[in-house]
Design a protein around this ligand. Structure first.
Ligand SMILES: [Zn+2]
Length: 433
């Protein structure tokens, strides 16, 4: 079974996506026995990787990049039913994006780590409009998409075709949050998590629109930095033609979306072994912390996409285990180092532990998966599920389809124009030169 590029980002709330992932077609390139197993068998997969630090010190780029301007919007009380009080957020006119992140102020770390932060209400006062659908109402093309993040919440708007506010308009957003049980997707209450936080911190960031829209000769800029595990079967792009070719494919896909993607730093790390994790993403935190320690110059040095190349990744869901070729733990990818792992994981698919790991796909196929995962990092959901269908423009832009790892025709594997517009609103994007 090869459901392999599906990120767990769609694990919740889209159970449909989960069903798609588990129901996808066989792939003869892999031994079926290694692909899907019962939970009982998953112990054989081994422990989560032990990241060993940067073996080759990573040379980080010179020159300061302005940090994302996070500001404290306030702290809100968390009730026993996992919902918060209302917080009002002022939105200035003509902003490129509005980003919101939430994290626990107090409570027990183990309980808090099981909580996924979701929006319960998001209402624009002046426009008298709700950004998200009422509970159980169908998702429309103009509803903002959000993902319930493990341990902390990050939400970036607008992620629909329309900007958040009309030109020149300012507004006030009234916000309430809901904690959910990451595994079950249900409301998280104090009855289940007696020591969960009583207060949440809410931070907000926004920046004015750029003066010029990105164009082919003056694209927006996006930086990535990569750590390559020594047991991945890959080397640095500077040394390994297969890795260089994969990056070239990803760079070309972003260039077609008016985004200049550059790999501005890379280094190697020790063996990480098989990564195996569930919807809490707890098992990825060590890798995330290690990647940031190697790839980041300072605490607020965060305007880049961290990529880690590993041998093998399994996603554990109740009753089964699926092998992935790529993964991004949350959408979108503004990261918080302690609470919410956020990085792009690129897997070689070398899961057989035979001592000679080798990427199992062509460099082009791994490059498409890399571009797809960075697309998730910048806020895109799969174009063939309800969360992402509003940005799909037909069969010609297949890069964000959930089955991209099985794509037989790379010529159509590009971002759609609406997908490109949403990515350009992500905080990590840098203005055209
Ligand atoms: Zn995906």
């Amino acid at each position: 079974m090869l459901c392999l590029v599906r990120p767990a980002a769609t694990l919740w709330p889209s159970l449909l996506a989960l069903a798609l992932a588990l129901g996808c077609a066989d792939d003869s390139a892999l031994d079926d026995a290694s692909d899907t197993q019962t939970s009982a068998g998953s112990d054989e997969l081994g422990e989560t990787g032990e990241a060993l630090g940067c073996e080759r010190p990573v040379e980080l780029p010179d020159g300061a990049v302005d940090p994302v301007p996070w500001q404290l919007a306030g702290e809100v009380a968390l009730a026993d039913d996992g919902s918060t009080a209302t917080l009002a957020i002022e939105i200035p006119a003509d902003q490129r994006y509005l980003a919101i992140r939430t994290s626990p102020v107090d409570g027990d770390e183990a309980d808090n780590a099981q909580l996924c932060h979701d929006l319960l209400e998001a209402h624009l006062i002046a426009a008298d409009r709700s950004l998200i659908p009422d509970e159980d109402a169908p998702l429309t093309d103009t509803d903002q998409r959000r993902f319930a993040g493990p341990g902390a919440g990050v939400f970036a708007f607008s992620n629909t075709l329309e900007p958040l506010l009309p030109p020149g308009a300012e507004d006030t957003l009234e916000l309430r949050l809901q904690m959910r049980n990451c595994i079950a997707g249900t409301e998280a209450s104090r009855a289940f998590f007696p020591d969960m936080a009583t207060q949440l911190r809410v931070e907000v960031a926004s920046e004015p629109q750029w003066s010029e829209a990105p164009k082919p000769d003056a694209p927006a800029r996006l930086a990535a930095r990569m750590l390559v595990a020594e047991d991945s079967g890959w080397g640095l792009s500077a040394d390994d033609p297969a890795m260089a070719e994969a990056w070239a494919v990803a760079v070309e896909r972003f260039a077609a979306a008016n985004i200049e993607l550059s790999l501005e730093a890379e280094g190697t790390t020790g063996a990480v072994g098989t990564l195996s994790y569930d919807a809490t993403m707890l098992a990825l935190r060590e890798l995330h912390g290690e990647a940031l320690a190697c790839l980041r110059g300072a605490e607020d040095d965060e305007r880049f996409v961290p990529v880690v190349a590993v041998p093998c990744v399994y996603l554990e869901t109740p009753g089964s285990s699926s092998q992935l070729f790529g993964h991004n733990p949350h959408v979108p990818g503004v990261f918080d180092e302690t609470t919410n792992p956020s990085l792009v994981v690129l897997a070689a698919g070398a899961c057989l532990d035979d001592g000679s790991p080798e990427p199992v796909k062509t460099p082009t196929a791994h490059g498409l998966i890399l571009a797809h995962e960075i697309g998730h990092y910048l806020g895109l959901h799969h174009s063939d599920v309800s969360l992402g269908e509003h940005l799909a423009t037909g069969p010609e832009a297949t890069l964000m389809r959930s089955d991209i790892s099985m794509a037989s025709d790379p010529s159509s594997a590009y971002f759609s124009t609406p997908q490109a517009e949403v990515m350009l609103r992500h905080p990590d994007l840098r203005e055209p030169l």
